[in-house]
Write a protein that binds this ligand. Structure first.
Ligand code: NAD
Length: 485
């Protein structure tokens, strides 16, 4: 039974209650973790605060060596961690093997970026003066993480925060704490005590005390819009730095010139990866009116051939959803769409051959429009709604008709359409012909209701650094513009 990590020690904390963690494919109990409280959050923040001064003064080269070691340990233990992640989160093993490699590489990337530079020198206003900008760590960063990519989204926060010289308290999702705790055991033990702490528990009980804590100046949060709004409402009056990565409703436009086979494969991947439970999942699709019926038919045929099952089994394409309430939300969106005139070509039902697990057959819907929840709200599951468009202006207008602005994808080889798309679509990431591929050096994040935080790249490091301008008059004599006039 894993415990929390506070100040380099494993502890059940001040609580005797535990949270049960289950496998979404079998509904079997995997283990349990402490149901952390405000007192545990306080203890973790105190440890991180005490460790901060030593960590921020550790030379960046030494910090880099320690972070490269984290990456090496993640890499060496990837097989075990990937299996555990499939057991608690559900996605197929190959997807988790990738998540582990991306996690390791994030630590390598920020190990190097963190020692690259720490500010800039400015031209002085007068000779004899020296002006420079220093970027400094804030202090204790609360890293509040969702369940869909528990390790990757942890790494996108923890690696840059540590590289910048901050210390952290991680609050994993109550659904997926096991891999986080095991990662901490395997890959963080060589760091000084208190630099990384992990508090488990429910958001309101263990997460919110971190948000309220006066010694936590930065909240790095990935999760739903509703939780982001709640966190913002608490943190804003305290003038905390907020780093918010919230929900999405990403569009994909099938260009008029594109090969339909390629489009079917690209779309199925970007809509159904992790059973559609990716913040950047394609959740609405715009298809040229001329090829709409043929494309829908080909997509339905391809999707119905994908294999559902326990992600530990070989050859499984699509795992279960995380829990039944998330599955019910997808079902509600499909029901709302069909009540308003949409048609389900394939899927949308619970497969009868599984006795346990939160499985849902991936659905393809046609005759949808923007009056339907499935085209407006985040569905976060295996449903692909297809809508026809006339000219490209209409496709762009439909893409931008959303409260969200996380990612957007165009499939096309027409450079004029590509330019139009990346200039006119309001989204934090634009993918052309290769949806959902991240680049460590490229910032990831959203616009509009998705929140403005950026992870990865230099921007992802800057989120954890505050800026100080130093004006130094080296000669230091009396100035003629001082009193008396
Ligand atoms: P969630 O908002 O329910 O929970 C996220 C985390 O916040 C969990 O650790 C939870 O315990 C904690 N939490 C909940 N209430 C809290 C509170 N009052 N104070 C502090 N912490 C609290 O989200 P989820 O269901 O875990 O994740 C799915 C959501 O995450 C989707 O909306 C998805 O789009 C979004 N997401 C966004 C990105 C991105 O980069 N933009 C990436 C992945 C997931």
């Amino acid at each position: 039974m894993p415990d929390m990590l506070i100040n380099g020690r494993w502890t059940a904390g001040k609580t005797t209650e535990r949270i049960t963690v289950i496998n979404p494919a079998t509904e079997e109990v995997l283990s349990d973790v402490p149901r952390g409280t405000a007192a545990d959050a306080d203890a973790a923040v105190a440890a991180a605060r005490d460790a901060f001064d030593g960590w921020r003064r550790t030379p960046a080269n030494e910090r880099a060596t320690l972070l490269h070691e984290v990456a090496r340990l993640v890499h060496n233990n990837a097989a075990e961690l990937a299996r555990l992640l499939t057991m608690e989160e559900g996605k197929p093993l190959p997807e988790n093997e990738e998540e582990l490699e991306w996690t390791a590489t994030t630590f390598h990337y920020y190990a190097e970026l963190g020692r690259h530079e720490r500010g800039r020198v400015l031209p002085p206003g007068d000779p004899g003066q020296f002006n420079f900008v220093i970027k400094e760590p804030y202090g204790v960063v609360a890293c509040i993480v969702p369940w869909n990519y528990p390790l990757l989204l942890l790494a996108w926060k923890v690696a840059p925060a540590l590289a910048a010289g901050n210390t952290v308290v991680i609050k994993p999702s109550e659904y997926t704490p096991l891999t986080t705790l095991r990662l901490a055991e395997l890959a963080f033990a060589h760091l000084p005590p208190g630099v990384v702490n992990v508090v488990t528990g429910y958001g309101a009980e263990a997460g919110e005390p971190l948000v309220r804590h006066p010694d936590v100046p930065v909240i790095a949060f990935t999760g739903s819009v509703a939780t982001g709004q709640r966190i913002a409402s608490i943190a804003a009056p305290m003038m905390k730095k907020l780093h918010l990565e919230l929900g999405g409703k990403d569009p994909m436009v099938i260009g008029p010139d594109v090969d339909l086979d390629m489009a079917v494969r690209a779309l199925a991947y970007s809509a159904l990866l992790n059973t559609g439970q990716v913040c950047t999942s394609t959740e609405r699709v715009y298809v040229p009116r001329d090829s709409y019926s043929q494309f829908a038919e080909e997509l339905a045929g391809f999707v119905s051939g994908l294999r559902l099952g326990n992600g530990l089994n070989e050859g499984v394409d699509i795992g279960p959803m995380l829990r039944d309430p998330f599955r019910q939300k997808v079902e509600r969106h499909i029901a709302d769409a069909t009540a308003r005139g949409a048609q389900v070509l394939v899927g949308g039902s619970r497969p009868s051959h599984f006795e346990h697990g939160f499985f849902l057959e991936p659905a393809v819907l046609v005759n949808v429009d923007h009056s339907m929840a499935i085209m407006r709200e985040e569905t976060f599951g295996p449903a692909i709604p297809l809508m026809p468009y006339g000219d490209f202006d209409e496709a762009i207008r439909l893409c931008n008709d959303s409260q969200f602005g996380l990612g957007a994808c165009l499939l096309s080889h027409d450079a004029r359409l590509v330019k139009r798309f990346f200039e006119d679509v309001k989204a934090g990431t634009i993918w052309i012909n290769d949806p959902l591929t991240d680049n460590y050096a490229g910032p990831f994040g959203g616009m509009k209701m998705t929140g403005g935080g950026r992870e990865l790249g230099q921007e992802g490091l800057d989120e954890f650094l505050e800026v100080k301008h130093v004006h130094w008059d080296i000669d230091g004599g009396v100035k003629e513009y001082w009193y008396p006039y």
